[in-house]
Design a protein around this ligand. Structure first.
Ligand code: BGC
Length: 936
């Protein structure tokens, strides 16, 4: 019997472009974490490595060496519980500016044995770097198996302090682990009165000098520079943030960043320089606070006030959509140093109107330059016009290298598309000009420049006005987005799935710009909530989104009106109030996903009242259990279902989630009341939308998918709705989607839950219109906004992450990694890979909040291999399909564990094995397992 292609037929990357893409996913199979990221970066520049990686993959399978890499450090193997690792505070590693009075602690556990768990922990918070004693908090031995969301209950924390902490755990045998390494966190400014300065305006540059009698022992700078700032101290740029601070509704909230500047200051004269750009604020204003402590604890404090000087700088124009113009002849060398002789043009800074919002610490990764890409090609489609192709659609800008006469104006224009004649096509950018200018200093050196206060979404760069002929690396692409860490790896034997994963990853990360954006190229780039909600689950698998969405949820709450309504975009610029219910649902759903993925119960407690207000707002608009208003509904669908059906579906879903939240935080009466409301909505939904004549919810895929997904369909409607969906998919559309972003989000899950993963796979492997493969075939390197291939002035962004929602299905279905229904945060797992059609292997790993989870499987002639990694303290139920095999034999790590329908050996970590409904079901505790099932 042969199930499918054996691993030896692992497809080779086909085209040059797709092989570059595949390199990441192929390599990602066996490597995780920072080590892997280093390799990825190299791989992306090479066309040779992908082919090698395919061979490496093959070797991995043939030699049966671990498919999922060990993530333990390469120190000598210790016995028992190892020291806790990956220590975090409020989801961040050694954060600065923690402005929560009771921050939460997180760590991960390792153990040399399988089937292990933490049974207690001991945590110390200290004001001393050695953290030998906990003068702030000594938790003592606290019984509990949780290593996440541990709330600080020590002495009150003070503003602007550094605290140190460490933790150790006790394992199942009550044996203590070694102490972790000491981690630290810094508090931010807790009280408005900690801000002594005032908002000041600027012509572009701001500076201030001051003298220190001695070298500081500790110094922290707190800065809120609107729209964007770049902070300099003594001639050096401070930190690696760009396009900072994150975008908020400045009338409600302004984010400040915290920097440790101890090493940048010195005894004697010092200078602070700040460049300001306009950003989303469309004006310039600075609030700044510098606290400097000397060895004896004396504090010097410098803040923004009228003693600062301002002048115009080299940035002549800056606009997010239109670009930046920089005249290097106007640079003022030394302006950010103490020995600067201020020329004319400098004058006293005046007070600026306060933006109005509270100052909050930016407790999420900043936007950064993440990687640099050298163009693949340079062409010369017209005299003096050079077009560079980066081979990848991305968000960011170009870095220019040039030398030439002073005053030469080089124009850089950006696009996602090219015309047939090789010139760039900017039609789909609508009113965004996406054009930077660099005017040369002309001092004979190679001038290296990149903009500061704009960004573009592009693959192609057009250069005109270049003195002479550019070299192909005269411009480089700088990839810029919020620096969330990658947490997921997915790979499969069918190359198109890896290519789709590539589209998803690039679409997702390049649309994280302090908020989740709809796109990054045209005159929009807004926090459209519909786009945010459909992609959130996929994002939480592929990236560490905990701090990012914590911030975004607060942004949403900031936009809530007294009547409970929220807005289509957050911060609210475009779209409506109230939001389309399919957009507003981002609020309850992302909050709930935060709980499911990261166990964030405190967030639910803090947000419950506001979420309830939102659901009550929906209720106030409902008529007889139906929510009829809708603006976008199943947005960009090919066959559109009624908006009122979509809105009522979310009314039901949101209410059900609120009921679950109420149960979670011990509000049983409210839970009951909202359960009752969901039941009423369900009845109304079926009465209104299920047509007994056609025996369906309507002639579109989405109309039937939504009630099937949410359990709105009762026994009466479920069968007919499913038949309608199946017929529509298979017979009317030959396994193609006609869904918009809403139906697409749920359809694959519905297919898998009804035992039709094969059909989901058929859909994903299509290459004709409409399909993901169609986008790929037509050159996509990020997801398109619409299924159709359009390149004119109509709505057709070529980097829109919203169809990437299906990325979650890759992990859940193909890699089989699921959180058990009665669990959160990957504490209990169900590993159930869907070994569909000709797929011969798939592999996924997730660096979850509780540690690394992985599953990699392959199948060949009469055999299935499955390797699983389960974190300490977790347990998993693993499904290994037996297909039509008889006389089964299951080995683990080479030892026979199951045959003749019974357990043959008891191995550490394996709790139970039984054969049931076409699967071997193996219950395991933590650890790494290598199963091999054979039979006849
Ligand atoms: C955006 C979307 C958004 C939509 C609202 C578009 O212009 O780009 O992605 O969700 O408007 O329907």
């Amino acid at each position: 019997m042969n199930f499918s292609a054996s691993p030896t037929s692992l497809p080779r990357p086909s085209s040059r472009l797709s092989s570059r893409f595949s390199s990441r996913s192929n390599l990602s199979l066996s490597l995780t974490g920072s080590k892997a990221r280093g390799l990825f970066t190299k791989a992306s520049r090479s066309v040779i490595i992908p082919a090698i990686s395919a061979v490496v993959m093959l070797a991995l399978f043939l030699t049966a060496s671990p498919i999922l890499a060990q993530t333990s450090p390469s120190t000598a193997p210790a016995k028992g519980a190892l020291a806790p690792y990956d220590l975090r505070v409020e989801y961040l590693t050694n954060p600065l500016g923690v402005d929560t009075a009771k921050p939460r602690f997180f760590w991960k556990n390792r153990h040399s044995e399988r089937g292990q768990a933490q049974t207690a922990f001991e945590l110390i918070v200290s004001s001393s770097p050695s953290a030998d004693t906990g003068d702030l908090w000594e938790s003592g031995k606290v019984t509990g198996d949780s290593s996440i969301q541990i709330v600080y209950t020590g002495k009150p924390l003070a503003s602007n302090r550094t605290y140190y902490w460490k933790v150790r755990i006790y394992d199942a045998e009550d044996k203590a682990s070694p102490w972790s390494e000491v981690a630290r966190f810094d508090t931010g400014l807790f009280s408005p009165s900690d801000w002594k300065g005032q908002w000041i305006g600027s012509d572009g540059l701001l500076r201030r000098e001051f003298t220190l009698p001695e070298e500081p022992r500790r110094a922290r700078a707190y800065i809120a520079g609107l729209g964007y700032y770049e902070l300099h101290l003594n001639g050096r740029k401070v930190g690696n943030h760009v396009l900072d601070p994150g975008w908020t509704d400045y009338k409600k909230r302004v984010l400040y960043a915290t920097y440790d500047v101890t090493r940048l200051l010195r005894k004697g004269k010092n200078a602070i320089g700040v460049m300001l750009g306009q950003g989303w604020y469309k004006s310039r204003a600075l609030m700044f606070e510098l606290y400097i402590e000397d060895a004896s604890g004396n504090v010097t404090e410098i803040h923004s006030d009228n003693s600062w000087q301002t002048a115009r700088g080299p940035v002549l124009e800056d606009s997010i959509y239109n670009g930046e113009t920089y005249d290097a002849r106007l640079e003022q060398p030394g302006w950010d140093r103490a020995d600067f002789a201020a020329s004319t043009g400098w004058h006293q800074a005046s007070s600026a109107e306060a933006p109005g919002g509270v100052l909050s610490s930016q407790m999420m990764p900043a936007i950064q330059v993440i990687e640099t890409i050298v163009p693949l090609t340079m062409t010369n489609p017209a005299p003096g016009v050079y077009v560079f192709d980066l081979g990848q659609n991305l968000s960011g800008w170009a870095q220019l290298r040039v030398s030439g006469p002073a005053g030469t104006d080089i124009r850089l224009r950006f696009s996602e598309l090219l015309y047939d004649n090789g010139l760039i096509n900017q039609e789909n950018l609508r009113s965004a000009r996406a054009e930077d200018h660099y005017i040369l200093r002309g001092d004979g050196t190679t001038e290296v420049w990149e903009p500061r206060f704009t960004y573009h979404g592009f693959r192609y760069i057009e250069v005109t006005g270049f003195p002479g002929t550019p070299k192909f690396d005269s411009v480089r692409g700088r990839v810029v987005h919020t620096a969330v860490s990658p947490t997921g790896n997915f790979s499969a034997s069918t190359q198109i799935l890896n290519d789709i994963q590539h589209l998803i990853l690039w679409g997702q990360k390049t649309n994280l710009h302090s908020i989740p954006t709809d796109c990054c190229q045209r005159d929009e780039r807004m926090g459209w909530m519909g786009d945010a909600q459909v992609t959130a689950e996929e994002a939480m698998m592929n990236y560490d989104m905990a701090a990012f969405y914590t911030n975004f949820l607060r942004d949403i709450r900031d936009e809530q009106a007294a009547d409970g309504s929220i807005t289509d975009t957050v911060p609210h610029v475009w779209g409506q109030r109230p939001a389309d219910p399919a957009w507003g649902t981002a609020y309850p759903l992302i909050a709930w996903y935060m709980y499911q993925n990261y166990g964030d119960r405190r967030l639910i407690e803090d947000y419950y009242d506001s979420l309830k207000k939102y659901i009550e707002f929906l209720r106030s608009k409902a008529e007889n259990g139906l929510l009829k208003y809708s603006y976008y509904g199943d947005w960009v669908a090919i066959e559109k279902c009624p908006g009122s059906l979509v809105s009522t579906f979310y009314y039901y879903y949101d209410t059900r989630v609120l009921a679950d939240m109420a149960r979670l935080i011990n509000k049983p009466a409210e839970a009951q009341a909202y359960d009752k409301l969901t039941a009423e909505i369900k009845t109304a939904f079926n009465r209104e939308f299920f047509d007994p004549k056609t025996r369906s919810y309507g002639p579109t895929q989405t109309a039937n998918v939504l009630p099937l997904f949410a359990g709105l369909a009762t026994d009466k409607e479920r069968g007919p709705a499913w038949s309608e969906l199946f017929n529509d998919l298979v017979y009317e559309h030959d396994s193609h989607l006609t869904t918009g972003i809403i139906g697409t989000k749920y359809i694959l899950d519905v297919l898998t839950s009804t035992g039709n993963s094969d059909l989901a796979y058929d859909i994903l492997t299509k290459t004709d219109f409409p399909s993901y493969g169609y986008m790929l075939k037509n050159g996509a390197t990020t997801l398109w906004e619409i299924w159709q291939q359009r390149e004119g002035p109509s709505m057709n962004s070529h980097n829109h992450p919203m169809f990437g929602s299906i990325g979650a299905w890759f992990y859940r279905a193909l890699a089989g990694i699921n959180i058990a229904a009665d669990s959160v945060a990957y504490k209990k797992l169900v590993i159930r890979p869907q070994m569909v059609r000709d797929l011969s292997h798939a592999s996924g790993s997730l660096n979850t909040i509780n540690g690394e989870v992985g599953c990699a499987w392959s199948r060949g002639d009469r055999q299935v291999k499955l390797e699983a990694v389960i974190p300490v303290g977790s347990e998993a139920l693993i499904y290994i399909p037996v297909f039509k095999l008889r006389n089964l034999q299951l080995t683990e790590g080479g030892a026979l564990v199951f045959a003749d329908n019974q357990l043959k050996a008891s191995l550490p970590g394996i709790k139970n094995i039984e054969q049931k409904g076409g699967n071997l079901m193996v219950r395991v505790g933590s650890g790494r397992y290598t199963f091999k099932l054979t039979g006849e």
